[in-house]
Design a protein. Structure first.
Length: 157
């Protein structure tokens, strides 16, 4: 906490599959972008040797949000940074660990301001820091859960 503001959120989640499939989803910007929440979309708009910029969106009435993010894939930490739009100053980091059973575990940590989402979200959290905290934590849990679902069904093309 930074005063009454939740500054960072961390989460860990078992993937139900091995490291190779998990890392493939984490390093694929379109899969990762679609992993933000169920129904989200992603489209690559720029690519260089070190990163990929993708546009993403969550088409939900009243709370729909969209923006651009930069994904820096790798064999270690995977970094996702907001570039523009909703959550533009957000920073998400993910890494993996392998259990003795061979199952991958994703560790994620983030720093973002839910007030950068939609006008409705800003109004909801304006006077209720607990709601803002809950939204930040729920977002992290949803991302890792969606990564798990995508890793379980991932078939490299």
């Amino acid at each position: 906490l930074d005063g009454d503001r939740l500054a960072r959120v961390s989460v860990a989640g078992r993937m139900g599959t091995g490291l190779e499939r998990t890392r493939a989803v984490m390093n694929d910007p379109e899969e990762f972008g679609r992993s933000l929440v169920f129904g989200s979309t992603a489209r690559i708009v720029e690519r260089d040797d070190e990163s990929v910029v993708f546009e993403w969106g969550i088409p939900m009435p009243l709370v729909g949000i969209e923006g651009r993010m930069r994904l820096r894939p790798g064999s270690g930490e995977v970094a996702v940074d907001g570039v523009s739009g909703s959550l533009r100053s957000g920073q998400w980091r993910f890494d993996t660990h392998v259990e003795p059973t061979g199952e991958a575990v994703v560790f994620g940590w983030a720093r973002f301001d839910p007030a950068e989402a939609s006008r409705l979200v800003r109004r909801l959290i304006a006077d209720d820091t607990s709601f803002s905290h809950g939204l930040a934590v729920a977002t992290q849990v949803m991302i890792v859960r969606s990564l798990r679902q995508r890793a379980l069904g991932y078939a490299p093309g």
